[in-house]
Design a protein. Structure first.
Ligand SMILES: NC(=O)c1ccc[n+]([C@@H]2O[C@H](COP(=O)([O-])OP(=O)(O)OC[C@H]3O[C@@H](n4cnc5c(N)ncnc54)[C@H](O)[C@@H]3O)[C@@H](O)[C@H]2O)c1
Ligand SMILES: [Zn+2]
Length: 359
């Protein structure tokens, strides 16, 4: 795969550039469509990624920098107000462009801020984490968290373009690589057994640009079929019904030691694979294969039985559900899944017990 050309991927009306992508960004800026440029970073991407991006913004590029503190706990309306306020203070007009340079927190919150400022200004993403490259880069979901509920306020809004550069991953801590990897493994599990098999034999501590490309291509294919998540796009929720609840709970209770998105999704995928085995015909052999890969990569996280009630409540609040029923996407087999499986509280709780019994 690495020897193949990584052609530009066409997403919902916008390109995702891979080869020489920052040169493409420079060309995009030179076209002269915009009066003002703003770069949104967090403190980490300001330090590690802005120096990589800067040469491509043009020698005399006039841009204003908006920086927020890093971390999911800051993906809030308060920081969003801060972004809107800075856009106002800097005099951003309707012909301004917001360049979101960062991980999923920056691309989600920046996309949300841009899609609502003056009823919407243009924005582009330069995703700098593996997770934001393989997942947040396509699909047009923007948003912020509120009262521990993830992404509960947001919009569907497409960027003008996405610029993907593998160099950003070199400064990324190993835990953040693992975080993105969970989504790549998910892409294989839900719809591409061959890709799953390729991942299994790869050095997953340093996923190649080719593997990243394939993952984006898989997600993009699903998103194009169902842009507003009415049907098949729910396949991407595999691992997320339980994973999102575990993530939200950890954010609230584990302080600085909270789980990353991907770590929580890995737990969710183990639990939902077990539910797939119990309810949806996934073979025991494939369940064991999935569990072996995931437990080998991700360290154990303690989930006490006393937390189950809170986790179930978080699952119920999740916007993925209709009413109070809790829905999961389950695997039929590796590389194939089906959506909208209603799971009872008992089944969900049992799946968390299964997880706890593994390590
Ligand atoms: N819109 C979507 O479709 C979508 C999909 C998946 C996830 N998300 C969202 O993305 C968020 C998680 O994304 P994330 O894991 O990228 O989190 P993140 O943006 O918080 O980034 C993780 C950490 O890595 C740092 N970082 C980023 N790039 C770096 C680099 N190149 N070198 C060194 N450090 C770097 C960040 O400062 C941060 O501390 C969640 O809020 C999730 O809801 C959105
Ligand atoms: Zn995810």
């Amino acid at each position: 795969m690495d020897t193949l050309a990584m052609d530009t991927i066409e997403s919902i009306g916008y390109p995702v550039f891979f080869e020489d992508s920052l040169t493409e960004l420079a060309r995009f800026i030179e076209r002269g469509k915009y009066t003002r440029f703003f770069v949104l970073t967090d403190d980490q991407t300001g330090e590690y990624c802005l120096p990589v991006l800067q040469p491509y913004l043009g020698e005399n590029a006039q841009y204003d920098l908006i920086e927020v503190p890093s971390g999911e706990q800051n993906k809030t309306i308060d920081f969003c107000i801060g972004i809107w306020q800075m856009l106002i203070d800097f005099g951003a007009d309707r012909n301004s462009l917001l360049i979101n340079l960062g991980g999923g927190v920056i691309t989600d919150m920046g996309g949300f801020a841009a899609s609502t400022y003056k009823r919407g200004i243009d924005f582009v993403h330069v995703p700098t984490t593996l997770l934001s490259q393989v997942d947040a880069s396509v699909g047009g979901k923007t948003g912020i968290d509120l009262s521990s509920v993830k992404n509960i306020v947001g919009t569907f809004a497409q960027p003008q373009a996405v610029f993907m550069d593998h160099r950003f991953l070199t400064s990324l801590p190993p835990r953040q690589i693992l975080s993105g990897l969970a989504e790549m493994l998910k892409h294989g599990l839900i719809c591409d057994a061959e890709y799953w098999n390729e991942l299994k034999i790869s050095d997953l501590t340093k996923p190649s640009a080719g593997l990243v490309y394939q993952s984006v291509a898989i997600k993009n294919q699903i998103v194009l079929e169902d842009p507003k998540e009415k049907g098949i796009r729910k396949a991407l929720n595999f691992g997320h019904t339980i994973g999102h609840a575990v993530e939200a709970y950890s954010l609230e209770h584990d302080g600085a030691k909270h789980l990353t998105h991907g770590e929580a999704i890995a737990i969710g995928m183990i639990c939902e694979s077990w539910l797939s085995f119990k309810k949806n015909g996934l073979s025991e052999q494939e369940l064991n294969e999935i569990v072996a890969v995931l437990t080998n990569l991700y360290p154990q996280h303690e989930i006490k039985s006393s937390c189950h009630a809170d986790l179930l409540q978080l699952m119920q609040k999740d916007k993925k559900n209709n009413g109070t029923q809790i829905n999961c996407t389950l695997l039929n087999k590796i590389g194939e899944c089906s959506i909208d499986h209603i799971c009872t509280e008992e089944e969900l709780s049992d799946s968390l017990h299964y997880y706890a019994s593994l390590y």
